[in-house]
Design a protein. Structure first.
Length: 258
């Protein structure tokens, strides 16, 4: 079934926040990666078959304005709590992708009983006990997204022949990542201590070839959350929902539906 997406803008905290919405049913807020998000993905369409899906562009990323005061992923979490309140959404599930997983975890830690389900896909926000989160400052704008895929063919299927506009968008996304998540880089020193308060059942999804966030971070999330299950997707990189959309969409749909 074809999915029709509607684009909207809301003024929140002095910033024009852009978001897309489609589908019906329980609300699912999807929070995108540090590289931004394509306008459409099979993963998004698959979830919109079952749920009311809301996909914002992080403030300063994509089509959303950049707030000059923004300094931490926790700030973005507060903006999204405000967005959900303005939308009148309740019984919401959070799906956080990579950097968006960090934001989702912050949201859930701030309101431990507010969300129906929490899904973290290759989530940043935790210092891996083994290995390091990939430093995008030392690789090119193109290499960083490419390295998030296990298969070069999967990258090409999503992004095709990379345009100058896309390279520019990745450049802006990188700048925003440094602005809000630089010291320490891509993890919180306080979040691990707050995860235990979260009452929402959680699903942690990780690609077995995630070069951006070591799988050791997945085990920290699984252990720190009260009610969490880890699922590892084979032959899959960091951008699991792009590389294995059917697999990840099925995992997410089944988990949120139960």
């Amino acid at each position: 079934m074809a999915v029709t997406w509607t684009d909207s803008v809301k003024e929140i905290a002095g910033c024009k926040l852009h978001f897309s919405r489609a589908g019906n049913g329980p609300t699912v807020l999807i929070l995108h990666h540090d590289i931004g998000t394509p306008d459409s993905l099979p993963f998004y369409d698959a979830l919109a078959q079952k749920f009311d899906v809301v996909i914002p562009h992080h403030p300063g990323w994509g089509k959303s304005e950049r707030p000059g005061w923004l300094r931490h992923p926790r700030d973005i979490a507060a903006i999204y709590s405000w967005l959900l309140t303005d939308l009148g959404a309740s019984n919401v599930s959070l799906v956080g992708l990579g950097f968006g997983g960090w934001i989702a975890a912050e949201m859930a830690s701030q309101s431990p009983a507010a969300y129906k389900r929490l899904v973290l896909v290759g989530a940043m926000g935790i210092k891996p006990p083994e290995g390091d989160i990939m430093d995008q400052a030392i690789v090119s704008y193109l290499v960083y997204p490419q390295s998030g895929f296990h298969s070069e063919a999967a990258f090409t299927q999503v992004y095709g022949q990379v345009t100058t506009d896309q390279l520019e968008a990745w450049d802006i996304a990188r700048e925003m990542s440094f602005r809000v998540a630089w010291k320490p880089y891509m993890y919180s020193q306080t979040l691990p201590h707050l995860l235990g308060g979260i009452r929402s059942p959680a699903l942690v999804i990780w690609g077995d070839d995630d070069k951006h966030v070591p799988i050791s971070a997945a085990h920290v999330y699984e252990k720190a959350l009260r009610d969490a299950k880890l699922t590892v997707v084979p032959e899959c990189g960091h951008f699991a929902e792009m590389e294995k959309p059917e697999v990840v969409a099925s995992l997410v749909t089944n988990f949120i539906s139960n």
